[in-house]
Design a protein around this ligand. Structure first.
Ligand code: ADP
Length: 412
């Protein structure tokens, strides 16, 4: 109060110029505060906008990366696909073509076909007709064509469909190599034909013999007896064939049908020789068995016996009198190898792969002459593969054959 009173008294007595300067100083101090506040407000807004912009930029960056990744994934998927994919514009120009499509259509992998009319690049009339039809509004088309690729002719199945009529990318064509599925179809057809033939032959023989027996039974009982024996033989053949078929089905059914465990190779071979030694003796084929005592395989014992039976049985069957069959075993990096070697008729080089196919016989007449139906080795191969092993053959016609089956070792 006292200071205020003194100040007022001083102002009342102060000269005019001093009062004016004081008033101006006060006013200046007031506007600077205002300006400072505005500047601060502006700065705050700018930094807020800058950080909003920063966030937006970050969001764009992430979205771009996600899109880039998606595009990369789509490109990788398309490039790794086994089916061919071709995208076409409404005028039939190529917009996209994956490597599989180039391969299936036998086109150069390094050439750029984008933007070129499909009809100019792919000169297969059926495909171009299909594309025109779908493009012309006739709906999806399925076209089967054969493409010559060097020395092979590939069956290709093409599906042509519209994507979106108004869009730039108008048509989508997918191509699938049908070689494998046609092969499977062919195998199935052959299998049915083979099995029918194998069943028909002994059945026809049984029917013929039975009619003869009927006629001969009173007038010629001896002949009737002979034909009865033939009927019996044919019945045995049928029985063997059906048993083989069932074993083959088991071999092809996979691991689920097998009981795995440690199996002694010498037990398996000894069991097999119980059946085959008498046959070898009656044929005067010498059977030599090597030392098998330490070999323990991880296998299904019945499957291992089927393998041994087929290899030993074949070796004896295809070795003429005076020949030899050796059964032995040796360690292999992958397990144990069962070796069945004979000095028999041998197998021509060109047939050595094929003998593992179902119903394949080198000599087509052997089946009728006491050989099997050509199922045995297919069973051996299937079983060996199912048990984690493999089979191989080496042979020289007239000198003999050696079959080797590698099976996994049983853990100690
Ligand atoms: P099969 O029941 O006719 O013997 P396999 O599948 O066991 O059928 O054998 C297929 C074909 O392989 C036989 O028909 C025969 O021509 C040939 N083969 C198999 N083993 C031998 C062998 N040890 N010596 C010569 N040929 C063999």
């Amino acid at each position: 109060m006292i200071i205020g009173g003194v100040l007022l008294a001083a102002l009342a007595t102060a000269p005019f110029p001093l009062l004016l300067s004081l008033a101006l100083a006060a006013a200046a101090a007031g506007s600077a505060g205002y300006l400072w506040r505005r500047v601060r407000e502006r700065t705050d807004a700018t930094s807020r906008a800058a950080s909003d912009h920063q966030i937006e930029l970050e969001q764009y960056r992430r979205r771009f990366l996600a899109l880039q990744q998606e595009a990369m994934q789509a490109t990788t998927a398309l490039s790794k696909m086994r089916d061919g994919v071709v995208m076409l514009s409404s005028e039939g120009k190529i917009l996209l073509m994956n490597p599989a499509a180039r391969k299936l259509l036998d086109l150069a992998l390094e050439q750029n076909y984008i933007g070129r009319p499909l009809s100019e690049v792919v000169r297969i009339p059926d495909i171009n007709r299909g594309v025109s039809r779908t493009g012309g509004g006739e709906g999806p088309q399925v076209v089967k064509v054969e493409v010559n690729a060097g020395e092979t002719v590939r069956p290709i199945l093409c599906h042509i469909d519209q994507i979106a009529p108004a869009a730039d990318a108008s048509l989508l064509m997918t191509l699938r190599d049908e070689t494998e599925s046609q092969r499977v179809d062919q195998i199935r057809r052959e299998f049915v034909a083979n099995i029918s033939h194998e069943l028909k032959t002994p059945l026809a023989a049984i029917k013929g013999y039975a009619e003869t027996v009927e006629l001969a039974i009173h007038d010629d009982p001896q002949a009737a007896n002979h034909f009865m024996k033939q009927i019996h033989t044919q019945c045995q053949r049928l029985e063997r064939l059906i048993a083989d078929m069932m074993q083959l089905a088991r071999a092809q059914a996979g691991k689920g049908n097998l009981n795995f465990g440690a199996v002694s190779m010498s037990d398996v071979v000894a069991e097999s020789l119980k059946s085959y030694r008498p046959i070898a003796e009656s044929k005067c084929v010498e059977l030599i068995v090597g030392d098998l005592s330490t070999a323990q395989i991880y296998s299904d014992s019945e499957a291992a016996l089927t393998i041994a039976n087929n290899l030993i049985g074949n070796a004896i069957h295809y070795t003429p009198s005076g020949g030899q069959v050796r059964v032995s075993c040796r360690p292999d990096p992958d397990g144990w190898t069962l070796v069945v070697a004979d000095t028999g008729v041998g197998i021509p080089e060109a047939e050595q792969e094929r003998i593992f196919e179902r119903f394949y016989r080198v000599d087509k007449h052997r089946g009728a002459n006491g050989g099997g139906a050509g199922i045995g080795l297919s069973m051996v191969k299937n079983l060996a593969i199912t048990m984690g092993g493999h089979v191989r053959v080496s042979s020289q016609p007239g000198r003999g054959s050696t079959f080797e089956v590698v099976l996994p070792r049983a853990e100690a």
